[in-house]
Design a protein around this ligand. Sequence first.
Ligand code: BG6
Length: 413
Amino acid sequence: MDPITYERLAATLADMDREWSTEAQRIFYLAVPPWMFEAIPIKLSEVGLASRKQTRLVVEKPIGSDLESAKAVNRTLTQAFHESQIFRIDHYLGKETVQNILAFRFANPLFEPLWNRNYINHVAITVAEQVGVEHRGRYYEKAGALRDMIQNHLLQLVSLIAMEPPVSFAADEIRNKKVDVLRAIRPMVPDKISTCAVRGQYRAGEINGQRVCAYREEPDVDPNSRTETFAALELSLDNWRWHDVPFYLRTGKRLPVRASEIVIQFCRVPHRAFPPEAASDFQPVRLILSIQPFEGIVLKFHAKQPGRSMHLRSVDMRFGYQENFETPSPDAYETLLRDVLVNDPTQFKRADEVEAAWIAVMPVLQAWAATPPDDFPNYAAGTWGPKAAEELLARSGRQWFPPLAVKASIVPP
Ligand code: BG6
C-alpha cells in the first residue's frame, strides 16, 4: 500500500509503452481482501493509471458485506474509474450452462410462450456443494451462505430465468433487463422472515462413506460459530409475468452431492381425463436446467407406459453438452477473462445490479443478525440441510426434488 509502489508501477508501465511505441491496454485485477478495495483503485487513479479509456479494472467479490458497504465500495471504484471500465466478476456468469439460459429461452420459440404465471407453478434453484469451508474459514465466518452464494450466484440465476426478452444483446440491454428482476423482488417483511428464510449449519457427518467434521471444528472457525453454511429462501417477484409464482432458492456446504440445478415446475393440466390409476405415480412436468456437474437440460414429462392399459409414467427428454458438442466447455474464468480482454462487459455486474441484490437480501441479514440461531448445528454433513428447508415448500404442498446428480446414471463419468 506504499504510495511509492504505485508511482513505480506507473513509471514502469510508461517505460513499456515507450519501448513498444504504443498505448498498451492495461487491465488491473483485484482479487484482494475487502479492506483493500478502498485504497487500490484510488491510488491507481492518483498516479494517472485510471485515465485511459481502454484501461479496465476487474474486481472479485465480495463487493461489500451489506448494502451500505457495497455502496461504499462502488463509490470508491467509480471515484477512480468510470463505470464502463469496471468489470465485477461473478464466475457463475462465465459458465456455459448459465450463458445457455438466454440461448435456450430466447433462441427457441418453444418455451417462452409458457414462461409465465399461467403455466409455471414455481421455480426451484439448488446450488449444492459437497465441500466444507476448506481453507477459507476466516473469510467464511464473516460471510455465511447468504452472502457467499445467494446474494450473488443464485440471484444472478434468478435474474436470467425471470428477465424479459432483451431487445438486443448489447451489454446494458441485458443488464437492464436483469436488474429489473432484482428490483421486482418483493421486500421481505422483517417479522415474517422465519416463514420465508431458513438457515442451517452442518454438524459432523458422512459424505461418500467418509467421516467429515462439523463446521465448528473446521480450521479458523469459532467453536461456537453462528455462521450459516446453508440458506434457503422463498422469493416473490412483483411483476406481471411472475405474480404468485414462488422462486425457491437453496444452497449449502456439506450436502450429499455437488449439483447446481434450476427446476421449472409446470402447472398441472386443467383437467385430467385419465382415470386415477393411470397416473398412480404422477410426477409434475419439470424442466431442469442443470448447471453442473451434468451440463445439460432434461424435460420430465408424461408418456404412456407400453401395455394394454393407459398407464402414465414420467420420462426424460435430455440434452447434454458432452454428447452434443465435441469441444469441452471452457472454464468459467477462461470465458470471463477473455471477455475482459475484448472489453465485453455483458457478463459482469454493474453497480446497480450488485446493490439491488443486496437490497433483496438485507431484510434476511438483518433479521438473522438480530436473532442469533439457537439450534446450530442443525443438519448433519451429508444430508439436505435442516428440516425447515423441506417445510418451506411443504407448506404449500410442494417439495424439493433430488437433483439429477443424485441419480449417478446421468452424471457423465
Ligand atoms: C464461490 C464461493 O463464489 O463459489 C465458494 O465463495 C463456493 O464458497 C464457490 O464454493 C462455488 O463455485 P462452483 O463453481 O464450484 O459452484
